[in-house]
Design a protein. Structure first.
Lengths: 125, 499
């Protein structure tokens, strides 16, 4: 191998580091580049809509810290399945926003369904 | 030119007999004098201070406060020519038409006239504050061309615009004393007395008219004024004080048969860091943080509730400004990532900003000024302010900010964190605008207001009050330019009366 050639593996690592550094500069995404492995859950189909499950779990844990009563997981899952029936996350979120269905998590104003999904993700993590 | 007269040199026992006495040389008093220039009305203007700050004069403002933390009464206003424009920030925005309406969700609301009564006077008021061309909410296209607006989804909050009084040397807005001193001297029908404190109004025996005013100086000189008409233009706090203290004939004070003078005091609470606004795109246009020069005006963005939202959600006015960038915690970043991804936005450059605001309070008769037994150096009773803010005042603003958060997410442009929930949190962040309002409120019914629609004190034939103390509701807009417009309307009325 010539000195100028770079292996595919090196490129991948280098690229990953560059993305990490770039995103690290804004301080948002680095922790989420290395997602946890989550145990299998009956709600994995719902969680599949969460692009960054680590972040969602943090939000979910914060929501449960708010002091509000925790819903039973089964009830929450059932409720979310109803809301997502034949709809994407974006559609459900848009519907929440249009209807003013909002919740607060440590002051953050979030669409209600997104918060519920985060709570379920936290419960199942 | 008529040189200003130092009241300390007026012979004791003198009785001046102008047609009109203007008591107070702040923005309202100076505006009134300028508006009546070159009329046949012989005017005398009495200003407590001189041309500069003087501690002994300022101390005449001292009083006490109880209740919700408030600034000392001698720190929230200025007592020399130009009045409180001497520490003015220069923020201008006209009242909204809904501010004049009687609203069933706002107790004691309703002006005796609509915004149409002030509109003819806005442009002159804008000229006097040197605010540049009248642009305000027509600024949106020009500002958007300058740099992108933060997109808001359809809803109850919109991007509105402040304008600013002209800055001098990049810092100071129009200080009416400095700016208009020479203009006042050029008015042939005006005599301006400095260091002249009006300490009492002597009414006729049936308290239906002003007969004389007592003037005192800190040097001990005393003389009197016998005007045909008197306009109090001392600011909302001091107007109430003088009316209450003028109690030789009417024991409760003048204009106070219905125990309204001094009640309904208001200011604009300015809680700091009320929310964190995240802009998914990162940088926001500079006009959100500082005034930008556009078309000869200085303009800055603010978020305001629409009239429809005020009606449907029963909220009051508020003006929210973006202040400075802030750091985000790990939870903040998680919330931003989660929300941005959910609405299909790219938050990889997201930045967070602290926002502040000015709030409109609901009129409250128990938020009030009262005389105390203490007296100042001139023998006038000092004031005590009982200050209150209701939980609903905070909650209404919170509802507005929540709506802004909803609109940001709907537009995929950003999101909001509400920083305060409890009363203690709100009060801990509370600052005030030094916008004294409401103590001599305007209403057609003497049982509900101190002055009528012409700003004449109910029951008194020749006593008027100028300034924002006459506002029955307060808006969230800064009062100076608006009180000047109202004073110009008063000038028109007085001209008609004295023709």
């Amino acid at each position: 191998m010539s000195e100028k050639s770079i292996s595919r593996r090196a490129v991948a690592i280098g690229g990953g580091v560059a993305v990490a550094l770039g995103l690290g500069a804004i301080g948002i995404t680095v922790p989420y580049l290395l997602p946890h492995k989550y145990r299998s859950s009956p709600y994995d189909d719902l969680f599949a809509q969460l692009i960054d499950r680590d972040a969602a779990v943090k939000v979910g844990n914060a929501a449960m810290d708010n002091g509000t009563a925790r819903p039973a997981i089964a009830d929450l899952g059932r409720e979310l399945r109803q809301r997502f029936e034949r709809r994407t996350l974006a559609e459900v979120i848009n519907s929440d926003l249009a209807q003013g269905k909002l919740s607060e998590v440590k002051g953050w104003v979030l669409p209600e369904t997104l918060t519920l999904l985060c709570v379920l993700a936290a419960e199942e993590s | 030119m008529n040189a200003f007269i130092d009241a300390r040199s007026v012979p004791a026992g003198t009785i001046l007999e102008p047609d009109l006495a203007i008591v107070g040389g702040g923005p309202a008093g100076i505006t009134l004098a300028l508006a009546l220039a070159h009329s046949p009305i012989r005017i005398a203007l009495f200003e407590s201070g001189g041309l500069d700050f003087d501690q002994a004069t300022q101390a005449l403002y001292s009083g006490s406060t109880t209740g919700v933390r408030y600034l000392p009464l001698d720190a929230s206003r200025m007592r020399y020519l130009g009045g409180s424009t001497n520490h003015w920030g220069g923020w201008c925005r006209p009242l909204d038409s809904i501010d004049f309406e009687k609203r069933d969700w706002v107790r004691h609301s309703g002006w005796p006239f609509g915004i149409e009564e002030l509109k003819p006077h806005f442009k002159r008021a804008q000229t006097l504050v040197e605010g540049g061309p009248w642009i305000y909410d027509d600024a949106t296209p020009e500002m958007a061309a300058l740099a992108p607006l933060l997109k808001l989804g359809d809803g109850g909050v919109y991007t509105s615009w402040f304008q600013f009084s002209k800055t001098r040397d990049g810092v100071l807005p129009t200080h009416f004393g400095q700016r208009y001193a020479d203009d006042l001297k050029r008015i042939p029908n005006l005599k301006t007395y400095l260091h002249a404190n009006v300490v009492g109004i002597n009414a006729s025996s049936n308290a239906t008219s002003v007969e004389t005013l007592d003037v005192a100086t800190l040097s001990g000189r005393r003389f009197a004024v016998r005007p045909r008409l008197t306009v109090l233009a001392l600011g909302a706090v001091e107007n109430a004080r003088l009316l209450l203290a003028s109690n030789r004939v009417a024991s409760a004070g003048l204009g106070n048969e219905n125990d309204l003078v001094g009640r309904f005091f208001a200011d604009h609470p300015i809680p700091r860091d009320t929310a964190t606004l995240v802009c998914f795109a990162g940088e926001m246009a500079g006009y959100y943080f500082n005034a930008a020069q556009v078309g000869g005006a200085l303009i800055r963005a603010t978020f305001a509730p629409t009239e429809d939202f005020k009606r449907s959600n029963k909220v009051l006015g508020s003006l929210t400004t973006v202040e400075n960038a802030v750091e985000m915690s790990e939870l903040d970043k998680a919330a931003v990532v989660t929300a941005a991804l959910a609405v299909g936005a790219d938050a990889s450059n997201a930045k967070a900003y602290s926002v502040g605001c000015g709030l409109e309070l609901e009129p409250d008769p128990e938020r009030r000024l009262m005389l105390t037994g203490e007296r100042d150096a001139l023998g006038m009773q000092r004031l005590r302010l009982i200050n209150r803010v209701s939980d609903s005042d905070f909650q209404r603003y919170r509802d507005t900010m929540k709506e802004l958060g909803r609109q940001l997410l709907a537009a995929g442009s950003g999101m909001i964190r509400l920083n305060y929930k409890t009363r203690a949190e709100w009060e801990g962040a509370l600052d005030w605008g030094d916008h004294h309002l409401g103590t001599t409120r305007m209403h057609d019914d003497p049982r509900q207001g101190v002055v009528d629609a012409d700003l004449r004190v109910h029951g008194m034939s020749n006593l008027f009050v100028a300034g924002s103390g006459t506002f029955p509701t307060y808006s969230a807009s800064n009062p100076t330019m608006n009180l000047i417009a109202l004073t110009l309307r008063l000038a028109q009325h007085l001209k008609g009366m004295m023709r």
